[in-house]
Design a protein around this ligand. Structure first.
Ligand code: IPE
Ligand code: IPE
Ligand code: MG
Length: 237
C-alpha cells in the first residue's frame, strides 16, 4: 500500500437530485430533500470509516441561475436543515464550517450558519465543510484580494493560507455523483493532486455501499505527486 487506505479528506459534488426526482415524476425539490437524507447518512458513514474531513458542494455560485422557485427552495432547505440537524451533528462530534460568499444570503440563513458553527466549534471527530454559494474562482479571487489589501506577497503558501478551506489539508479524494465528468467550479485550487472518482449513481442513491466502493477504488490508486512509480515504491526522496 503506497498511501493511507482511507482518505483523510473526502470532497463530494452531490449531483443528480433533480434527475432523481424527475424520473419519479416528482418536483425537483423532492430530489433535494432526498439528497439531504443521503447526506446525513454519508456524514455518519464517513465518521465510521475514519474520514477526518468531509467537504460537500451544496450550492454553487452558478446555481443562482436556476429558476427562482428552485433557488428559494434550496435556501429554505438549508434553513430547515440548520434547525433540524445541528444538535445531532454536534452530539456526534462533527464540526461544521460553511464555505462560500455569505453576503448574498438572507439574515436568517446567515445567522443559522454562524450559530451552527459556534455550536460545534469544540468538536474534533469530523470536520464537515458545507460549500454554499461557493465557487473555486470566488475562493481564489477572495484570497488574492485579501493578500493584496494587506500588502502581502502572493505566493503559493500565502494563497493557501488565505483560502476559505485553509483550516484543512487538500482533499485526497473528490467524488462526483450523477454521471457528469466535470469539476463545475469546485475546489479549483485544492484539487491539484486529488484523486477523482465519478459515479453514475444519482446523489440520493449514493449510499454507504457506494461510498465504500469509492474508498476501495481510492485505496487501489498510486499517488505519485510527480515522482516515479519506483520512487514511490521505495519511499526514497
Ligand atoms: C445537485 O443536484 C444539487 C444542486 C446543484 C443544488 P441537481 O439539482 O444539479 O440535479 P440534476 O443534475 O439536475 O439531476
Ligand atoms: C454542481 O452541480 C454544484 C452542486 C452540486 C452544488 P450542478 O448540477 O450545478 O453542475 P453543472 O451545472 O451541471 O455542471
Ligand atoms: Mg446537476
Amino acid at each position: 500500500m503506497t498511501h493511507q487506505r482511507t482518505p483523510h479528506h473526502v470532497a463530494i459534488v452531490m449531483d443528480g437530485n433533480g434527475r432523481w426526482a424527475t424520473r419519479r415524476f416528482l418536483p425537483r425539490v423532492a430530489g433535494h430533500k432526498k439528497g439531504m437524507d443521503a447526506l446525513r447518512a454519508c456524514v455518519r458513514h464517513c465518521g465510521e470509516r475514519g474520514v477526518k474531513v468531509l467537504t460537500v458542494f451544496a450550492f454553487s455560485s452558478e446555481n443562482w441561475n436556476r429558476p427562482a422557485d428552485e433557488v428559494s427552495a434550496l435556501m429554505e432547505l438549508l434553513a430547515v436543515a440548520l434547525a433540524r440537524e445541528v444538535p445531532q451533528l454536534a452530539a456526534e462530534g462533527v464540526r461544521l464550517h460553511f464555505i462560500g460568499e455569505r453576503s448574498a444570503l438572507s439574515d436568517k440563513v446567515r445567522d443559522g450558519l454562524e450559530k451552527a458553527e459556534a455550536a460545534t466549534a469544540g468538536n474534533t471527530k469530523l470536520a464537515f465543510n458545507v460549500c454554499f454559494n461557493y465557487g473555486g474562482r470566488w475562493d481564489i479571487a477572495q484570497a488574492a484580494a485579501r493578500l493584496a489589501a494587506r500588502g502581502e506577497p502572493i505566493t503559493e503558501a500565502s494563497m493557501a493560507e488565505a483560502m476559505a478551506l485553509a483550516h484543512v489539508p487538500d482533499p485526497d479524494l473528490i467524488i462526483r455523483t450523477g454521471g457528469e465528468q466535470r469539476i463545475s467550479n469546485f475546489l479549483l485550487w485544492q484539487a491539484a493532486y486529488s484523486e477523482l472518482y465519478f459515479s453514475d449513481k444519482l446523489w440520493p442513491d449514493f449510499d454507504a455501499a457506494a461510498l465504500d466502493a469509492a474508498f476501495a477504488d481510492y485505496a487501489s490508486r498510486e499517488r505519485r505527486f510527480g515522482k516515479t512509480s519506483e520512487q514511490v515504491a521505495q519511499k526514497v526522496a
